[in-house]
Design a protein around this ligand. Structure first.
Ligand code: SF4
Ligand code: SF4
Length: 375
């Protein structure tokens, strides 16, 4: 049984088909089952007694939970709500795709979606982190995407905070917030327990401010943990907002970077879920970069696919990422900048054709003369 809220959402559609033009997965594959509306129809069918098959469950995973459909549906329809419930049911019934099961096992056993050994975590910023205390007024959470895949971003953020004179500690051996696990198996008990353990670890630092590098984790700590009554005691701030504040206060003084024209990919967790679009653009302006917006930007951003989809459907993610890079190329810019380690991994992963993909903090560290970040 789906919850009343999920059933109401699945049945609320007015068949205007606007969401069909917005879904990055539907646009990348051209498959009708990859429209938010058809996923709703499948839920309605199951609620009316139709068997929930492994094939339907696989379709429920062909979605990056980007919420573009929610943002633009005239009826207030929220497909991610019932898609998450459908995933919870698929996992409970043992009909989730094998690669989804593998990603869940990685998260439960290794605390990261890549299944990397914990000894690999943060290897690229160990030297930067060594001198940092266990407790401080500000705590920094790097997140698994940067810790395992893009350590140069973690190194850049640590260097920037040090250069600005911020009194901060690094949360070492971070426990997962449950953000990726929740995307894979819905808001079930294991996910809430993971979030509670991560919040207890954050609270133990005694920090009054928590700076979160990964936008997906920031969303979970701000939004879901609030709903689950386990919000951190510290004020949660995204790394983009915190570091833009340091530039505004004159504590970081970037020099102009000679990089050509850049465009910016708004991570959907940041721009749509947390409604944050200004700080990244402030940082780009502070580096003196010539800037062109993509047609779909800010809260209208198009998802690159993200690391969760990438973990279980890499071919599909290659398609969504290629579409987003094509959006960027249409601006005429030569560099695509983003502010999410996961987006950088996805957009820059498969040999970004014709366009360099850069992380905003790595660029800022370079503009601030922290040259060791030029990895
Ligand atoms: S935008 Fe909303 S109302 Fe229109 S087809 Fe999609 S789900 Fe239905
Ligand atoms: S959340 Fe994004 S990927 Fe999923 S159905 Fe909606 S628009 Fe498509």
């Amino acid at each position: 049984m789906f919850s009343g809220k999920a059933r109401k959402n699945a049945d609320a559609c007015r068949f205007c088909w606007m969401c069909r033009h917005l879904c990055p997965v539907g646009l990348a594959t051209g498959r009708e089952t990859n429209t938010p509306r058809v996923k709703g129809l499948m839920v309605s069918l199951v609620e009316r007694g139709y068997k929930y098959t492994a094939e339907m469950a696989a379709d429920m995973y062909e979605c990056c939970l980007c919420e573009a459909c929610t943002h633009d549906c005239a009826t207030g329809f929220e497909p991610p709500l019932f898609i998450r419930e459908a995933r919870a049911r698929a996992v409970a019934a043992g009909i989730a795709p094998p690669l989804v099961e593998k990603a869940i096992a990685n998260l439960l056993e290794a605390d990261n979606i890549y299944g990397a050994p914990k000894t690999e975590r943060g290897k690229g910023f160990e030297a930067e982190a060594r001198s940092l205390p266990e407790k401080a007024p500000v705590a920094l959470r790097i997140g698994a995407a940067a810790a395992y895949r893009r350590p140069e971003i973690g190194a850049a953020v640590i260097r920037l905070l040090k250069a600005a004179g911020v009194e901060f500690c690094l949360i070492r051996d971070e426990l997962q917030t449950g953000s990726e696990l929740g995307d894979l198996m819905g808001s079930v008990g294991e996910v809430k327990a993971a979030a509670q353990a991560a919040v207890a670890q954050i609270n133990a630092t005694g920090a009054g401010t928590l700076v979160v590098l990964d936008p997906s984790e920031a969303r979970t700590l701000i939004r879901e943990c609030g709903e689950w009554s386990c919000a951190p005691k510290a004020k949660v701030v995204t790394a983009t907002a915190f570091i833009a504040g340091l530039v505004r206060e004159g504590r970081l003084k970037p020099s102009p970077l000679a990089l050509g024209t850049v465009t910016f990919h708004d991570p959907c967790r940041l721009a749509r879920d947390l409604e944050e679009t200004g700080p990244a653009r402030e940082l780009i302006a502070a580096m003196g970069l010539e800037f062109r917006e993509m047609f779909l930007h800010g809260p209208m951003t198009t998802c690159c696919g993200g690391i969760v989809l990438g973990a279980h459907s890499p071919k599909l993610t290659a398609l969504t990422a290629a579409r987003r890079r094509a959006d960027a190329a249409r601006t005429g810019a030569s560099v695509l900048v983003t502010a999410c380690p996961g987006c950088l991994d996805v957009l820059g992963g498969a040999k970004a054709e014709g366009m360099a993909v850069e992380d905003i903090f790595v660029l800022l560290a370079r503009a601030c003369g922290l040259e060791a970040c030029r990895l």
